[in-house]
Write a protein that binds this ligand. Structure first.
Ligand SMILES: Cc1ncc(COP(=O)(O)O)c(C=O)c1O
Length: 348
């Protein structure tokens, strides 16, 4: 796989912006027009008056120790949504390239392509919401640059078959993007162990789910060093703020708490599933490897409106006929789940 030929020419040749903090982060810093007196607020975060490290060194080192992966294979983004956009901009030529998105899946893939004027070719996931290899391969042509996968998939909750992803990566002459936003809820099933041999696979992850840091806006990407270097060339120099970096380093140093959360959430999810099964208007609960469940209901739309009136927010996706009669329900805490079940029982 010759990665270089997949990259947009202008990005390959891009001379990236050299920021003041690229080279120097210590000494008498009179090179970035910062405020040399300090910042207007007191904070535990050090050096708020200074731009953050564009190379994300401390963050990458901490994550590399946590994941046991070379730090040169890591980059952080403002949420994994930013990673999606960066990868599209590196590989896809506006108005020329196309990408394949098996549906239903995470809506941002398509929107990010639409924003970048990249044609989206859609096919259906199979009846188990796994990858339908034939329908994907039928869509591939010589302008196809990326295939977007999400495992565990949002909104269906299932993991994709690793063997299928592997054989797709081995045969597809482009980039396979795997969004693993929910992987901590299904840790042993990450595609990460396969990454070394498959240079055209990019994995994105987030601190917004299992780590409980959606408000911080931070995600990361694991890929071949060559790809990571290109993403560094394209990203805003100071995308990850000092407060964000401090919070994420603290989170990574407190990963036992994340494991506890995962354990509790998975227990709550199982309890939720067994209670939902008792309701006669629940037709099917799809297998879930994430922190939510997709539930097929007799009258999903009415139930959605009813729950909304009770200020209980769940998600309905009307844009895909196979899940239009389903609600996607996040496993809440014990109290929230009790209330949800009680409210649904009152409908019986
Ligand atoms: C599959 C998937 N990827 C990414 C995200 C967003 O991640 P972030 O908050 O890191 O941008 C979500 C959020 O719902 C998601 O479901």
């Amino acid at each position: 796989m010759e990665l270089e030929k997949l990259v947009r020419k202008n990005i390959l040749n891009l001379k990236p912006y050299t920021s003041a903090r690229d080279k120097y982060q210590d000494g008498i810093l009179l090179d970035a027009n910062e405020n040399s007196l300090g910042s207007v607020i007191e904070s535990d975060v050090k050096d708020l008056n200074r731009y953050p490290d564009p190379h994300q060194k401390q963050l990458r080192k901490t994550l590399s120790e946590y994941l046991k992966i070379d730090m040169l294979k890591l980059i952080f983004g403002v949420g994994s949504d930013q990673i999606i956009d960066l990868v599209i901009r590196v590989f896809c030529e506006p108005g020329v390239s196309n990408v394949i998105i098996p549906q239903p899946t995470y809506g941002v893939f398509k929107v990010a392509c639409d924003i970048n004027n990249i044609e989206v070719k859609e096919c259906k996931l199979d009846s188990n919401f796994d990858i339908d290899m034939d329908s994907v391969s039928k869509l591939v042509n010589n302008q196809t640059k990326m295939i977007f996968l999400c495992s565990p998939n949002n909104p269906t909750g299932n993991l994709f078959d690793k063997q299928k992803i592997k054989s797709m990566a081995e045969t597809f002459d482009g980039i396979i993007f795997i969004d693993e936003a929910y992987i901590e809820f299904s840790e042993n099933n990450s595609f990460l162990s396969e990454l070394g041999a498959l240079k055209n696979v990019i994995i994105s992850r987030t601190f917004s789910k299992a780590w409980g840091l959606a408000g911080v806006r931070c995600g990361y990407c694991i890929a071949d060093k060559f790809i990571i270097n290109l993403l560094f060339k394209v990203k805003d120099p100071y995308s990850i703020s000092r407060p964000t970096a401090d919070l994420i380093v603290a989170a990574l140093n407190n990963s036992e708490k994340m494991n506890e959360f995962v354990f509790q959430i998975l227990n709550e999810k199982e309890r939720l599933i067994s209670e939902l099964k008792k309701l006669d208007f629940v037709l099917k609960i799809y297998p879930s490897d994430a922190n939510f469940v997709l539930v097929k209901m007799k009258n999903a739309n009415e139930i959605f409106n009813y729950l909304n009136q009770k200020s209980i927010r769940v998600r309905i996706r009307k844009d895909d006929e196979r899940i239009a009669d389903c609600l996607r329900i996040t496993a809440g805490n014990t109290e929230q789940n009790d209330l949800l079940i009680k409210t649904l029982e009152e409908l019986k």
